[in-house]
Design a binder for this molecule. Structure first.
Ligand SMILES: [Fe+2]
Ligand SMILES: [Fe+2]
Length: 265
């Protein structure tokens, strides 16, 4: 299924494309050419429909129109995201207003820190490894604090299709197809060199490596293609790349630091 919703509210024509990347899991993808960057959300079409990542508040007209091609907006039940950031949850309250039975579900820590205050209706706090039975699909919340960033960070694993909704992991610059088997490590590390968006800590590699143990069959990227190649290897390779970067950074920081390096002149 491929459909597009268009908007001319920005200077460039912006389109939201809808593709089914796994059974009943739809990728809603908006490419912003001015930024050479794409924003994806994922809709799980189940008895209790779930949206993972709401998109920016400014994109709500496009994203909600895209959702309505699969599920009536007012039927949305669960509004979820990885961590609190504008592109992850900026339109959360617009969704709550548009869907009377919708509720935000987020990690318990993130609810205490942010969402209890930000959301117009009380959220459902989720524990690590808690499963939400959507009726036909089941999503498991996995806490990944500070991976890739944010102390409330977490992901969802859809157990019946083996789809890991992996948020900002593997973020890439540029446009990409809905589904690919081409390698995603190179583009992710190139984007990391530009953005430095990932917290480089001793737990970064192990946290990503633990996701490989889920043995996902599809990786649903927020900023990039959905990946249907060897997902276990991709996650292990990404973990190893961050291990290497942490080691290099440690070596750099434990060496002599020149005044130029710390910003003094
Ligand atoms: Fe993020
Ligand atoms: Fe993001």
């Amino acid at each position: 299924m491929v459909e597009e919703t268009r908007s001319t509210s920005r200077e460039a024509v912006v389109e939201t494309q809808v593709d089914e990347i796994a059974p009943d899991i739809y990728r809603l993808s908006t490419y912003i050419s001015d930024e050479d960057f794409m924003f994806n959300q994922f809709l799980i079409d189940a008895e209790e429909p779930l949206l993972f990542q709401t998109g920016l508040r400014s994109l709500f007209p496009l994203v909600s129109a895209a959702v309505s091609r699969v599920v009536p907006v007012e039927r949305m039940r669960w509004i979820t995201f990885g961590h609190v950031e504008a592109d992850e949850c900026g339109s959360m309250n617009l969704w709550l207003a548009a869907a009377p039975n919708a509720q935000v579900a987020h990690g318990a820590l993130g609810c205490v820190v942010s969402v209890n205050d930000l959301a117009d209706r009380p959220p459902r706090p989720l524990q690590d490894a808690e499963v939400m039975d959507l009726g036909g699909r089941r999503v498991r919340r996995i806490e990944t604090p500070h991976v890739p960033h944010g102390w409330d960070a977490g992901l969802f694993f859809e157990e019946t299709t083996g789809t890991l909704l992996c948020g900002d992991l593997f973020t890439a610059i540029g446009a990409s197809p809905a589904l690919t088997e081409q390698e995603i490590i190179g583009p992710a590390l190139a984007a990391e060199d530009v953005f430095r968006a990932t917290c480089l800590t001793p737990s970064t590699g192990p946290t990503i490596r633990a996701l490989a143990d889920l043995q996902p069959t599809t990786l649903a990227l927020m900023h990039g293609p959905a990946f249907a190649g060897d997902c276990v290897q991709a996650l292990r390779d990404l973990a190893a790349a961050y291990d290497d970067r942490l080691a290099a950074e440690g070596a750099r920081l434990h060496g002599p630091v020149s005044p130029v390096d710390v910003g003094h002149s």
